[in-house]
Design a protein around this ligand. Structure first.
Ligand code: DX5
Ligand code: ZN
Length: 221
């Protein structure tokens, strides 16, 4: 068993049975709940907000909730998510006027802070903020939709960010999001990722426990 973090994206869950879906995926061995927030402005899709996060907590979900904000502007919604029970909050630098300020805002509300890099965003955006971050999330698809194919150049980008993190010496979680499946997770892990978002690969599978175990096995291999 490896100590990788598996974070199923509820974007591909059955929203009519969301609490049950989250319970099932955690019981099946998932570590975090990945919570995709889209605003039909920063990305061309519309999903869920703090009320749903709060509802999951009220339902009894105790696993870390990994909130991925694809919204612009970012700052106004951060306190609401912190109050709603978010554990980690990640945002896209293009959606914040003051990236450093937003990181501090997230941390001042007691959450871990992450920065998300789109496939076209250069890794240099991390240069002066990496030491303030708890997590870096590399998008391996363009944000907005589940079920897209993994963009292969993400592997080189993962290696570059892994080297930056290792050079700094402070532990920062390196997460990857988009097109992650049991059959490519091994090479994604080998490139340096330690947390893996998977939506369609898990929620479209007939047996969540089986696919999560297979993913962990392929990370460890
Ligand atoms: C895309 C989202 C992803 C997505 C992953 O904007 O951030 O979390 O739902 O879905 P799959 O695993 O289906 O590519
Ligand atoms: Zn996401």
């Amino acid at each position: 068993m490896s100590n990788c973090i598996i974070a199923p994206s509820i974007l591909s869950a059955d929203f009519a049975r969301l609490g049950e879906e989250v319970d099932n995926v955690i019981a099946a061995g998932a570590d975090w709940v990945h919570f995709d927030v889209m605003d039909n402005h920063y990305v061309p899709n519309l999903t869920i907000g703090p009320m749903v996060c709060q509802a999951l907590r009220k339902h009894g979900v105790t696993a870390p909730i990994d909130v991925h904000l694809m919204v612009e502007p970012v700052d106004r919604i951060v306190p609401d998510f912190a109050e709603a029970g978010a554990s980690l909050i990640s945002f896209h630098p293009e959606a914040s006027k003051h990236v450093h300020r937003t990181i501090q805002l997230i941390k001042s509300h007691g959450c871990k802070a992450g920065l998300v890099l789109n496939p076209g965003t250069p890794v240099e955006v991390l240069d002066w903020v990496l030491e303030d971050l708890d997590l870096v999330l590399l998008m391996s698809v363009n944000p907005g939709f589940g079920g897209q194919a993994f963009i292969p150049s993400t592997l080189d980008k993962l290696r570059a960010v892994r080297a930056m993190i290792d050079k700094r010496g402070k532990p920062v979680i390196l997460e990857v999001d988009g097109g992650v499946k049991a059959d490519n997770i091994g090479q994604i892990a080998a490139a340096g990722a330690d947390a893996f978002v998977a939506g369609s690969a898990i929620f479209n599978a007939p047996d969540y426990a089986q696919v999560i175990a297979q993913m962990r096995g392929n990370v460890a291999a």
